[in-house]
Every structure is written in C-alpha cells, then in structure tokens.
Design a protein around this ligand. Structure first.
Ligand SMILES: [Zn+2]
Ligand SMILES: [Zn+2]
Length: 196
C-alpha cells in the first residue's frame, strides 16, 4: 500500500498492509479535533468531529519521497508527535516513541480508491472518546473507551511489542526517541484557543 500527501510530494509504503493493521478507527477526542483546527483542516473531520485513523507498525513504514516536507506538532510538551506536510498541509500520522503505533489519517490513503480500501478493511472497527463528539456520534460510541475498542487495538499493540515493531521508525532518529524534525510545541494559550 502506498500512501501520500494531497499533492503527492510525500510518499510512503506500508509494507505489510492490509496485514498488521487493526483497521479503521475513529477518535473524537479534543486533541485530535484541536490538531485539525490548528492545521485549518477541519474539512477532514467527520460530521461529529471525528478523525479516522488506520494504524500501521512504524517498522513497516518506508518513506519513499518528500521527507523534507514533514513538519511535527505537539499539542503539549508530552503530547503525541503529529506529523503533517508543509507542501500541501496534509496531516499524515500521529505517533509516539517506543510504541508500535503509527496512526495514519484516512486522508493519506486517498490515492487508492476509497471503495477498494473499505472493501479491504471493512467498516469502522471502533470509535472512541464520544464525549467530545459534536452532536450525536454513531450508536455504540463510548464516552471514552469500551471493551470493543480494547479488543480491537490490544492484539495489535501486544503483537507489535512482542515483535518489536516500534522501531526503526522513519519518524524518529536512530535513538528511537528524537523526532526527525523538531516539533512545534503549542502552549497553554494556543491550546485553549483551539478548544473554543
Ligand atoms: Zn504535499
Ligand atoms: Zn484523538
């Protein structure tokens, strides 16, 4: 599977796809919403403010081109590292060091036919953090997490830990913890403004 930013300058390959992904997940949390507001990419949020993520293991991601276009944002000093592109302002992936999780946003899979992707992955497998959703999210969405979210994601995380799939990550230096581009870290005032 090849993924890319909207303009196509940044491209990467997910070597195992569609194996080793827990499938389509939707997060309604305030951080995910704030981040897309920050990028001024509200257009990528669904009707309830959800962000669709299709994760892969960092060790199975190969960047093919456009590394120089990557930007990194943290909503707080210990926040998730959220990478986007400077070329066309596409949010790409949310990830953390030492965690076997590269959460690619749905939009980077757009090069591929939407229908084909949905056929390969099936429907959304889990939705979380419904307390922050706008309006009423789809039935069954928990306030925070639920058992369904746990059983969807835990096997992926455990297998990733056992097989040491958190590194090498193309988003971190060889030490496994330093992001490849210095993150812009938002301060409290910026964060509050985005939550309005
Ligand atoms: Zn681009
Ligand atoms: Zn979230």
């Amino acid at each position: 599977m090849e993924i890319q930013c909207e303009c196509g300058k940044f491209r990467a390959r997910l070597k195992a796809f569609p194996n080793n992904t827990p499938g389509r997940l939707v997060c309604y949390c305030d951080d995910c919403q704030s981040y897309l507001h920050y990028l001024k990419r509200d257009d990528l949020l669904d009707a309830n403010g959800g962000t669709e993520i299709i994760p892969a293991y960092p060790a199975e991601v190969e960047i093919l081109s456009g590394l120089e276009h990557l930007k990194c944002t943290q909503l707080s000093p210990n926040g998730t590292f959220r990478f986007s592109t400077a070329c066309c302002n596409t949010p790409i992936v949310n990830t953390r060091p030492k965690v076997p999780w590269a959460g690619f946003l749905r939009c980077v899979y757009k090069a591929r036919d939407d229908h084909q992707l949905d056929q390969a992955l099936g429907p959304v497998r889990s939705r979380i953090m419904g307390r922050y959703a706008k309006g009423t999210p789809p039935a069954g969405t928990p306030e925070k997490f639920n058992l369904k979210a746990f059983v969807t994601v835990m096997p992926f995380m455990l297998k990733g830990k056992l097989l040491k799939k958190s590194r090498p990550s193309p988003f971190f230096a060889e030490d496994g913890v330093t992001p490849i581009v210095a993150p812009q870290i938002l301060n409290e005032a910026q964060r509050q403004a985005l939550r309005q």
